[in-house]
Ligand binder design. Structure first.
Ligand code: GDP
Ligand code: MN
Length: 401
């Protein structure tokens, strides 16, 4: 689950990570009040207005702007709130901005230069360890750095059983070339960042840029945080951090019905019980000349309600030209699933795409009979190869494959 920059920074602060301070606002007027408060709290006279969306690259897309007085805060916040912000990570349609973070300007001049670094903590599945990835080339696109200067990207692996060791934090600070007070600050920053990542069971904390200020403080200017959904039950308070504005509406609807649904770009919708079978079914769709329109795992107990909820979600995707239902009757009986399909079909009415139902397992033959005798535009199959052949035929009828 992704969260906003301002929420990520709140978490970081709780663990003692120094951050660029800010106050979130929903309107231009609130942004002005936020700016006044921020000046009381931090003494800042300039502000940075930052669009809060779940995507990076906001700066280049025009979603991060400097304001030098309250009039500019009002004007810039007014422009950014409500805009459709397009960045490298949003796709061409962009994301609507609902909130801005009014942040203190931390690039003020001083005794030494400011310097931007990159640092992220994530799980490395290959080694089964956590890894801190960092480079002196912060602020810009990390993918570009990885391409042009792979040698400048450092990785520090951390054994989760022993945690981050002091020497590792010092090595990172050393490799980043910071000295004196900034070195001590960086060591503390790394330790606190790792603790925040570890304690919250997160999948990723990415801080780009990590800033060395002109007075040698180290702070997080940005925070991109992905919480591990499988661990959310251990952090009940994180549920409030979810922002469904940022999610695909069909995925939101599916999660409300406890369905594992991921929208894809293809033309054949599928509904399957079990993630492995779902993957195999997507392969079969491709082999039949179609493209999967989604991944949908209805779980072990497929019943009329889950089948209907799945149907409704798949049918809302205008790209869907055929639906393949592939259910293995292990825990659930095929005749019950078949009845569920027929019932759901009748409840929804007006289904305009051909449906192929492949039922295998307990009472498979009876399931096929129920489908065949329903009088609906639903085709049954027992063998997966027959189902694939049928998908091919219905696509060919529509001149698709
Ligand atoms: P992103 O573009 O979505 O990654 O958003 P960031 O939070 O990283 O901000 C983008 C850029 O805005 C940063 O790389 C900085 O160059 C700039 N920026 C952020 N905070 C400040 C600030 O306090 N003062 C100034 N002058 N620039 C800032
Ligand atoms: Mn950034």
């Amino acid at each position: 689950m992704n969260i906003h920059e301002y929420q990520g920074k709140d978490i970081l602060k709780r663990y003692g990570v120094r951050v660029q301070e800010g106050i979130v606002a929903d309107t231009a007027e609130e942004a002005v009040e936020a700016a006044k408060k921020l000046t009381e709290q931090t003494g800042t006279s300039w502000y940075v207005i930052k669009a809060q969306i779940h995507a990076g690259g906001r700066g280049k897309g025009g979603g991060v702007k400097l304001a030098k007085n309250l009039e500019q805060v009002q004007e810039i916040a007014g422009n950014i709130i409500g805009m459709q912000l397009v960045t490298k990570q949003t796709g061409a349609e962009g994301r609507k901005v609902h909130k801005v973070l009014v942040a203190q300007d931390v690039y003020y001049p001083g005794e030494s230069e400011t310097k931007e670094f990159y640092m992220s903590v994530l799980l490395d599945r290959a080694t089964g360890k956590n890894v801190i990835i960092y480079t002196t080339e912060g602020g810009m696109d990390i993918e570009e750095v990885a391409e042009a200067h792979p040698e400048k990207i450092h990785k520090e692996y951390i054994d989760p059983r022993v945690g981050l060791q002091g020497f590792q934090a010092r090595k990172i600070a050393f490799n980043l070339g910071v000295e004196g007070e900034a070195f001590k600050e960086m060591v503390k920053f790394v330790a606190a960042l790792y603790k925040a990542y570890d304690d919250t069971d997160s999948a990723m904390f990415e801080i780009n840029p990590v800033l060395k200020t002109s007075d040698n403080k180290i702070l997080a200017v940005d925070a991109k945080v992905t919480l591990d959904e499988n661990a959310l039950y251990r952090h009940k308070d994180f549920a409030a951090l979810r922002d469904t504005n940022e999610e695909d509406p069909l995925e939101v609807e599916a999660s409300a019905s406890n369905l594992n649904y991921v929208k894809l770009d293809g033309n054949v919708g599928c509904m399957v019980n079990g993630a492995g079978l779902a993957m195999a079914t997507m392969d079969i769709i491709k082999l039949s000349g179609g493209e999967p329109a989604n991944f949908l795992d209805v779980g072990g107990g497929a019943n009329a309600q889950t089948v209907e909820a799945g149907f409704r979600i798949i049918l809302k995707d205008p790209n869907v030209k055929a639906i393949l239902i592939n259910i293995f009757g292990g825990i659930v009986r095929c005749d019950r699933v078949a009845n569920g399909v027929v019932e759901a079909y009748k409840n929804i009415g007006d289904i305009h795409v051909p449906i192929i139902v492949r039922l295998q397992g307990t009472n498979a033959e009876e399931g096929a009979r129920i489908i065949d005798e329903s009088g609906l535009k639903v085709y049954s199959a027992v063998l997966l190869k027959d189902a694939a052949q049928k998908v091919k035929e219905v696509l060919a009828e529509q001149n698709i494959a």
